[in-house]
Design a protein around this ligand. Structure first.
Ligand code: S3P
Length: 450
């Protein structure tokens, strides 16, 4: 849904240790893909553990608008009756993707090779984000897009009536762009090939194979080459959505910096294209262990145990790891403030075009809270003050960005003085139970106008 009616200011203050288990919600990336591919299959797809956050609910509504039957059965269980590849109906109304870049970009891809027209919009954050990265490759299939200056929403996409397959090298490391091209390739005859220089999250490739598409992955001199055979009949699938490592990051990092903490975060997907943060934290000296490591639905899964880690040190985060932790830099920068020395993060230009400019949002708030942050166009560095020496005592802006809001609230759980976020409502896009979950662990976090 577009925008948030009433801002929700929220304050976090230092409290006793965080203890217990944190059952975080389903994976956002996998939830979007399950709904969209379910809508493109013939027959009923059953989903368990779907993230029922605003972003994903917007995608569910969008799939209904394109003709699929999408039904909530209760407690994260959903049913999707798809219309088949090429079977999308033309939506009667504008498609509102709310805050979700993943939602809008993947759906544009999915409809771009059908002879229908759809108009997309979103909230103020989404309407500021670049869509050309998706509409450029979609034009190669024969689709046309008309949006605002700079390729911004609102935007109308006219799907290709006679799509041709495409060979496309993705110019930025983006799983959304890769996935949009693959989804468009589903309704193009012949082979669509996507090449990515750096590996990004591979949920689309895995799930396409699960739905019965012919998709192969090879490593070539230019990078990862994904080849998809168009116009398959997708067969429905039973999907169990793993819990989101990007959401797990918040209770894990909170436990590392709040004195005396010991938190277990069960059943977290550790797909190597997503687990970069955890490797980084361990290199910094975090007491973070993987318990009960196992495989579920072809993905590595573990229970994460995080304990208070007063002796962490800053490191140079390997730039080649960026794609596997791209959503975790904001919360990493908070942990870095409590480590000793400098944490250097390079190769992260993409952070500037997320739900907000995440380097700028975090740098401004951290500086106000007493932390030294240096930055350039595609790098930033946080100089930590060590445990017990982070001043805090600020009100920061969340800029319609859920991960900025959660990161600063966690800062406030360990800084000397409280931290207030001007609007915590965006947290509902990805982690609707953040507030009760953190409170149950022992965090002091409260709505200011409650
Ligand atoms: C996502 C890809 C990433 C990530 C986003 C989810 C996805 O975006 O930041 O939260 O599900 O494909 P980019 O593709 O822009 O890197």
């Amino acid at each position: 849904m577009s925008g948030h009616a009433t801002p929700i200011p929220m304050t976090a203050r230092r409290a006793g240790p965080l203890r217990g288990q944190a059952h975080v919600p389903g994976d956002k990336s996998i939830s979007h893909r399950a709904l969209i591919l379910g809508a493109m299959a013939v027959g009923e797809t059953r989903i368990e553990g779907l993230l029922e956050g605003e972003d994903v609910l917007d995608t569910a509504r969008a799939m209904r608008a394109f003709g699929a039957q999408v039904e909530a059965l209760g407690a994260g269980r959903w049913s999707v009756r798809g219309v088949g590849v090429g079977g999308f109906a033309e939506p009667a109304q504008v498609i509102d993707c709310g805050n979700s870049g993943t939602g809008v970009r993947l759906i544009m891809g999915a409809m771009a090779t059908s002879p229908i027209t759809a108009t997309f919009t979103g909230d103020a954050s989404l309407c500021g984000r670049p869509m050309g990265r998706v509409t450029d490759p979609l034009a190669l299939f024969g689709a046309r897009a008309h949006g605002r200056a700079g390729g911004r929403l609102p935007m109308t996409v006219v799907g290709a009536a006679d799509p041709v397959p495409v060979r496309y090298g993705v110019p930025v490391p983006s799983a959304q762009v890769k996935s949009a091209v693959l989804l468009a390739g589903l309704n193009a005859p012949g082979e669509t090939v996507v090449i990515e220089r750096e590996a990004t999250r591979d949920h689309s490739e895995r799930m396409l194979a699960g739905f019965g598409a012919q998709v192969s992955v090879a490593q070539g001199p230019e990078g990862r080459i994904i080849t998809l055979t168009g116009q398959p009949e997708l067969r429905p699938l039973d999907i169990v959505v793993p819990r989101d490592p990007s959401s797990a990051a918040f209770p894990v990092c909170a436990a590392l910096i709040v004195e005396g903490s010991d938190v277990l975060v069960p059943n977290i997907g550790l797909n190597p294209t997503r687990a970069g943060l955890f490797a980084t934290l361990r290199e910094m000296g975090a007491d973070l262990t993987y318990e009960n490591l196992r495989e579920e639905g072809g993905e590595p899964v573990a229970d994460l145990r995080a304990r208070f880690s007063p002796d962490m040190a800053g490191i140079e985060v390997p730039p080649e790891r960026a794609a596997s932790m791209i959503d975790e830099y904001p919360i990493l920068s908070v942990v870095a403030a409590f480590a000793r020395g400098r944490t250097m993060m390079r190769g992260v230009k993409e952070l500037r075009v997320k739900e907000s400019d995440r380097i700028d949002a975090m740098a401004q708030g951290l500086r106000a809270a007493g932390i030294t942050v240096d930055e350039g166009e595609d790098w930033w560095a946080v100089t930590g003050r060590g445990q017990g020496d982070v001043p805090g005592g600020v009100t920061v802006q969340s800029r319609l960005d859920h991960r900025i809001a959660m990161s600063f609230l966690i800062l406030g759980m360990a800084s000397n003085r409280p931290v207030t976020v001007d609007d915590a409502s965006p947290i509902a896009t990805s982690f609707p139970v953040f507030e009760p979950l953190m409170a149950a662990l022992g965090a002091q976090i409260a709505r200011d106008n409650a």
